[in-house]
Ligand binder design. Sequence first.
Ligand code: ADP
Length: 177
Amino acid sequence: MTKIRLIHGDITLLAVDAIVNAANRSLLGGGGVDGAIHRAAGSQLLEACKKLNGCETGQAKITPGFRLPAKYVIHTVGPVWRGGQDRETELLSQCYLNSLELAKQYECRQVAFPNISTGVYGFPKTKAAHTALSAVKDYLTAYTGFEEISFVCFDQENYQLYKDLLPSFFSQDQITF
Ligand code: ADP
């Protein structure tokens, strides 16, 4: 059974097989978690990203982690919230599913996610948390090869939301707080 971990903190510090980056379509760096990941990984990450030719919203691409403790960075592009009539929920769900698919292809056993789209992209946090948890739960129903999936919440609001919501998606003995 895949373990689910909730972490309140900085995703760049995690020594897991893959951390997921909430990138933008250029993949050439930005603010928020993207900026933190590029700073921690070093300039080689930007060089590797330049070769990827960007990424569509909802899709994912992978690079090494370079100076990060994580082996890989999976770059996914969340949707910008535009009121909910623009397939935002479906696209956010695709971010989680496509990231996990890539992690599986690269034989990652531990994957850590930030709260994609809930920063400057403005996706409502409660809806984003439901979407993230539901997508990951669906994926884990079909694929049992992951050891642990972590949800890394940087802000207190997301941390509390996930803490409250996790037990309605996963069993108590599966979750580590
Ligand atoms: P987006 O453009 O997808 O909204 P942001 O980086 O602005 O991306 O925000 C996504 C989430 O990442 C936010 O919830 C923010 O609090 C969080 N975040 C910012 N820095 C870090 C970090 N170092 N580790 C984990 N999460 C972070």
